[in-house]
Design a protein around this ligand. Structure first.
Ligand SMILES: [Zn+2]
Length: 81
């Protein structure tokens, strides 16, 4: 069942209610861990655990930093300089 007010983001993923933790919009069902900074671009992020218990960094607006990081290409390559 899809609520009447269901919305999707630009990727077609459903937007769920979020909880604000230390100024970060933590998506519903995700677990806030610790605030830190991105090793690639230096942005302020919060580390969270997804519902499947995978670590994921988010931006203050709750979007995955994997999606917004300007250095995301270096993450995918995983060369670990
Ligand atoms: Zn980054």
């Amino acid at each position: 069942m899809i609520p009447d007010d269901a919305q999707v983001d630009e990727f077609g993923n459903p937007i769920r209610p979020s909880t604000e933790v230390q100024g970060y919009q933590v998506p519903f069902g995700w677990t806030a861990k610790n605030v830190g900074s991105c090793r690639s671009c230096g942005a302020s992020i919060m580390w969270t655990l997804t519902p499947s218990k995978r670590p994921a960094p988010i931006d203050p607006d709750g979007r995955s930093h994997f999606a917004t990081c300007p250095q995301a290409d270096t993450w995918r390559k995983g060369t670990g300089r």
